[in-house]
Design a protein around this ligand. Structure first.
Ligand code: SF4
Length: 81
């Protein structure tokens, strides 16, 4: 799944997005509530909050390598590492 704001896009691989435990961790980790959990436990990206991203990397730390990508649309699509 991927969602795009004006400055930031977030991409989560489909297997990771379906993992309720990972969805819970991401929902807890992000300080600006870019992640939420659907009723079935799967991950949702909260599009209206995307541009609030503070590039803190907590979502990257909370997930397996490569499962979550934060894309800096304002920087030619550079991926936060
Ligand atoms: S880098 Fe930080 S603010 Fe941005 S989506 Fe990840 S946890 Fe949220």
């Amino acid at each position: 799944m991927r969602a795009d704001g004006t400055f930031i896009a977030v991409e989560v691989d489909d297997a990771a997005a379906a993992d309720a435990e990972l969805a819970r961790r991401l929902t807890e980790a992000c300080p600006v509530d870019i992640f939420a959990q659907a009723d079935d436990g799967s991950l949702e990206i909260v599009e209206r909050n995307l541009d609030e991203c503070v590039l803190c990397r907590l979502c990257l730390d909370a997930s397996p390598a490569g499962a979550v990508k934060v894309v800096k649309l304002y920087d030619d699509g550079a991926v936060l590492v």
